[in-house]
Design a protein around this ligand. Structure first.
Ligand code: SF4
Length: 504
């Protein structure tokens, strides 16, 4: 006899006598419960201060913060996406207590209410983790990476191009003035030439108008010059205004994007076109410990050297104290950074650019770091035994570094000259003794037993944290524009990363 297929009962519209609560539908230990518990325990009075009394009632900031953090934990970065999930997903519905703020409310909360408070909220989360023994602030593994800005990739403004364009306008204005003096001296009625520096568009406009008036009165003006004056009248003052505005926004940077003026064009690791194209982005610095984020900061510099002082300032401001030990790669090993860490009593397990080649014995015997230094005589000795004596010492204006120049007295006829140096003069060495002292200290620390362990740990601490954010969390590009908003985003990513790790 053929057997009959049996289905489980399916009664979609069956009503329950006691409808299930959302709480019982969410398993114990679910990440949403960690978010709920952590955000319930922290002090959010700093966000509450952002609300003014009177007017319509507001959604509770604690609820919005929970939703925001949980959404970032679940790789949902769009306010419209959060609005949708608050209506469809039981985890979000449970967190929000069935409240349904729309995307405008969610976005206003993220951009306005968290603007000056997220740093403190992040601190409270880290303090809670410290209290629970999850993490410690003693050791910080520091590294940086670039994230693409939410800006058009082809909307660049180059600082050098602005300088060049302004200089071209100044030159052409000068030429027009000289021409006018030659052709229409009487009509110009101006013995003194004006200031051709194109800093003030109003003055440039005035000069062009004077030239125009003078040339109109003359009969022998070249047609091309007339066209040029017309072009200058129409474009130069407005262009100069634009250049001045852009220079103000650049704040000394070499580039910026027109669609996010705070973003700088940088080389990114993610280069799918394989053409080394610069993209608008931000340099994000993280301090981590056991893959938990202790501090985050966003920078407009492209290199890590310059970012460390600002990052440590933020660490101090955020937590009221600094780490005892900093572990970082060669990107941070500059004299300024070693000095900074020493002055702040931080032990610097920080590599310098030549460190790996040094410990792998890949440095040739002619390299200045291998030459013998005689402290009493203050000179180096080259492999041929010649003294390379001190010639002069000076302070570098830009950095304040003490630089000493040493030079050999006679390299003529030396058989090793080809491998030793390529200069036409005798061999010259330019060094900072302070940097040599720091490098010696860093080498001792990094090659000690503890230093070796920390070097290994660095590659499985801060680097995977970036990997996790970029690849698992798929956060490769900011969604908001402007450095302040970008800072909020990375702060939310950092809280979400910490809580996700706690939940795991
Ligand atoms: S080239 Fe000059 S500095 Fe170099 S090994 Fe020869 S003598 Fe010494």
């Amino acid at each position: 006899m053929a057997r009959k297929v049996v289905y489980k009962t399916y009664q979609q519209h069956q009503l329950s006598l006691l409808p299930p609560s959302l709480d019982e539908l969410i398993p114990a230990g679910h990440p949403v419960r960690i978010v709920n518990s952590v955000i319930d325990q922290i002090d959010i009075s700093i966000i509450e201060k952002e609300y003014k009394a009177g007017g319509c009632s507001s959604y509770h900031p604690r609820m919005l913060l929970k939703v925001m953090v949980y959404a970032y934990m679940e790789n949902m970065y769009s306010s419209r996406g959060m609005e949708r999930l608050l209506k469809e997903n039981i985890n979000y519905m449970w967190l929000s207590g069935m409240s349904k703020p729309d995307h405008n409310t969610i976005n206003r909360f993220r951009c306005e209410k968290l603007k000056d408070s997220l740093e403190t909220i992040f601190h409270h989360v880290v303090e809670l983790m410290i209290e629970q023994g999850v993490v410690s602030l003693k050791q910080a593994f520091v590294d940086g990476t670039k994230f693409e800005a939410n800006a058009n990739r082809y909307s660049f403004v180059w600082g050098k191009a602005i300088t060049k364009n302004k200089a071209r306008i100044a030159q052409q204005l000068k030429e027009l003035w000289s021409y006018t003096q030659r052709i229409a001296q009487e009509e110009l009625q101006e013995p003194e030439p004006p200031d051709f520096e194109p800093t003030d568009p109003a003055k440039v406009k005035e000069t062009i108008e004077k030239i125009d008036r003078a040339l109109r009165g003359s009969s022998q003006v070249d047609n091309k010059v007339k066209q040029k004056v017309n072009y200058a009248k129409r474009n130069w003052p407005s262009n100069l205004e634009k250049y001045n505005k852009q220079e103000m926004l650049l704040q000394g940077r070499n580039s910026m994007s027109k669609t996010d003026a705070d973003a700088t064009f940088m080389r990114m690791k993610e280069d799918h076109m394989q053409n080394g194209q610069l993209k608008p982005g931000y340099n994000v610095q993280l301090s981590t410990n056991d893959q938990y984020i202790l501090c985050y900061s966003v920078h407009q510099h492209t290199n890590d050297f310059n970012a460390l002082p600002e990052h440590l300032d933020r660490f101090q401001r955020m937590h009221g104290r600094l780490p005892k030990e900093v572990i970082a790669d060669a990107g941070y090993g500059s004299e300024e950074n070693y000095n900074l860490l020493e002055n702040k009593d931080i032990v610097a397990y920080v590599k310098y650019p030549q460190f790996d080649r040094e410990i792998n014995n890949e440095i040739g015997e002619f390299d200045s770091s291998r030459l013998h230094y005689n402290k009493e005589k203050d000179c180096f000795y080259c492999p041929m035994g010649q003294a390379i004596a001190k010639r002069k010492q000076y302070t570098e204006q830009k950095t304040g570094k003490q630089i000493t120049i040493y030079q050999a007295s006679n390299c003529n006829g030396c058989p090793m000259r080809g491998v030793c140096h390529s200069s036409k003069e005798n061999r010259t060495i330019k060094i900072s003794h302070e940097l040599l002292r720091h490098r010696k200290k860093a080498r001792e620390l990094l090659t000690s037993e503890k230093g070796q362990e920390l070097r290994k740990k660095r590659s499985i601490d801060v680097e995977p944290t970036f990997g996790h954010i970029k690849h698992n969390k798929k956060f490769k590009r900011f969604n908001l524009r402007g450095i302040k908003k970008v800072d909020i985003e990375i702060g939310l990513v950092a809280i979400a990363q910490n809580l996700k790790k706690m939940a795991a």
